[in-house]
Design a protein around this ligand. Structure first.
Ligand code: CMC
Length: 428
């Protein structure tokens, strides 16, 4: 194969190099396009054909249903690793040995105190506030209580910023839930593992001990691993683009949380559960909702179906579907919602509309069912996604800063009015 692409503009041919990744993905490097063509640009709304960066963190092949973090398959990581190991792997590039993991964990624990004044900010939110809005605000507020900028050329400063946010973020997540439930705010228990501590911070009642359930710990570990990174999705691209202006890590992550909130992205897990509930309330007629999803005059979409990149199957959905079965049966829960989900899935997999458009269940189709089984309120589902995605956002932000990427600033094609004279207000 030639290693060049030719683009002809106004009868003039221009050659551009091809860039080939380690998994043989090919891109046309158009960095010089505007220069050589006298200002011609490309247009690609939604970036369906545009690579925003080169990255060594996550590989996914949407046709083959492959997802790997730093070269390790998601199936193997979900089965054999724990979330903190995966976080280390994503952020630093290699799996940690026991000493490295212990040090990482103890450095995170040392940073797990959130300034008491943050509680006053939390207090100002009504209980009805959506937890994602609260989490984004508190994460941004952390900037005021910590060093505002990180010298990314200093390995120590970079490391400290990373363990600081990994330490404080779960506290904010737990406080967000406790505020909603009207429970006193708590700090973690340093004797526990990272994920165990999260569960205890979230669920401990003030008047009794908290018994950790290994089923819940395993389920949460797995869910967080499955969500830990997904290359240049909407929230990660947001983190990278905000960080590219050299805004700080907390501010960049806060922007990522806001991007994740939307129902087409991370907010889908909440939307799926609400949809399944609505179908149940409406008598469980899944066929009616299938028809609505296919009707172009109806805005209804089958939430938890379809993916920008996966056009065959979402490997995370496969793992999560069997985890949902396992967790619910281990917890002794029979949830009619799970039956509705399974019927919808079967109908969609055999329906021409969905098959033609390559719409398959995505990771969020089943995650909400597990969270619900774990006793996590529906409005917190996307917060749990954010907790899992945190190491991915950190690693992508770190990579972007260390590679000294330029500020993200796309071009546009202007389609508005041409120059016209100003009209005085009395003549309009
Ligand atoms: N239900 C019904 N029709 C759908 C759906 C759906 N869930 N998803 C896509 N379509 C149709 C869409 O109407 C379009 O049809 P047509 O070609 O006739 O116009 C076609 O499929 C292609 O859809 P698209 O919106 O152009 O595809 P996209 O790549 O821009 O969007 C998506 C991907 C995930 C936003 C979309 O599939 C969707 O809205 N899904 C539901 C929300 C959801 O579950 N999001 C979670 C994604 S996984 C978690 C994460 O990583 O964030």
């Amino acid at each position: 194969m030639s290693n060049k692409a030719t683009i002809e503009v106004n009868g003039q041919k221009h050659e551009f190099p091809l860039v080939t990744g380690t998994e043989n993905e090919v891109a046309i490097d158009i960095k010089t396009l505007r220069g050589v063509t006298g200002g011609v640009t490309t247009i690609d709304p939604g970036y369906k054909n545009t690579g925003s960066c080169e990255s060594g963190i996550t590989f996914l092949d949407g046709e083959k249903g492959i997802l790997r973090y730093r070269g390790y398959s998601i199936e193997e990581l979900a089965e054999k690793a724990d979330f903190l190991e995966v976080a280390y792997l994503l952020i630093f590039g290699e799996l940690p040995n026991q000493d490295e993991l212990d040090k990482f964990h103890s450095d995170i624990k040392a940073q797990s105190i959130v300034d008491e004044d943050v509680k006053k900010i939390l207090d100002a939110f009504p209980k009805s506030a959506h937890p994602m809005g609260v989490l984004a605000s508190l994460t941004s507020a952390l900037t005021a209580f910590n060093p505002t900028s990180v010298n990314v050329d200093s390995e120590d400063e970079m490391y400290n910023a990373i363990v600081r946010i990994l330490g404080k973020f779960p506290v904010l997540v737990a406080w967000t839930l406790r505020k909603k439930k009207g429970l006193p705010l708590d700090y973690g228990d340093k004797s526990l593992g990272y994920v165990e501590n999260i569960l205890k911070m979230m669920f401990k009642q003030p008047n009794e001990d908290y018994d950790l359930s290994p089923i819940l710990v395993n389920a949460l570990d797995k869910l967080l691993i499955l969500h830990a990174d997904h290359e240049q999705n909407c929230s990660t691209s947001t983190v990278r683009i905000v960080g590219s202006s050299h805004a700080g890590l907390f501010a960049s992550i806060s922007a990522g949380i806001s991007a994740l909130w939307g129902p087409l992205h991370g907010g889908a897990n909440q939307a799926v559960l609400e949809m399944l509930e609505a179908i149940k309330e409406d008598g469980g007629d899944t066929k009616k909702y299938m028809s609505k999803a296919k009707d172009k005059d109806d805005p209804f979409r089958l939430m938890g179906f379809g993916h920008r990149v996966y056009k065959n199957f979402d490997p995370r959905a496969k793992i999560i579907k069997s985890a949902a079965d396992e967790v619910l049966s281990d917890l002794g829960i029979e949830d009619p919602i799970l039956d509705i989900a399974k019927s919808l899935e079967q109908e969609a997999l055999n329906d021409d509309y969905f098959v033609k458009r390559k719409l398959y269940p995505n990771v969020d189709f089943y995650s909400g069912i597990i969270y619900r089984g774990m006793g996590i309120p529906t409005e917190m589902f996307t917060v749990m996604f954010a907790l899992g995605r945190l190491p991915g956002w950190i690693s992508q932000w770190k990579e972007m800063r260390l590679r000294k990427e330029p500020i993200g600033r796309p071009r546009q094609i202007y389609t508005g009015e041409n120059l016209r004279p100003f009209v005085d207000i009395k003549n309009r």
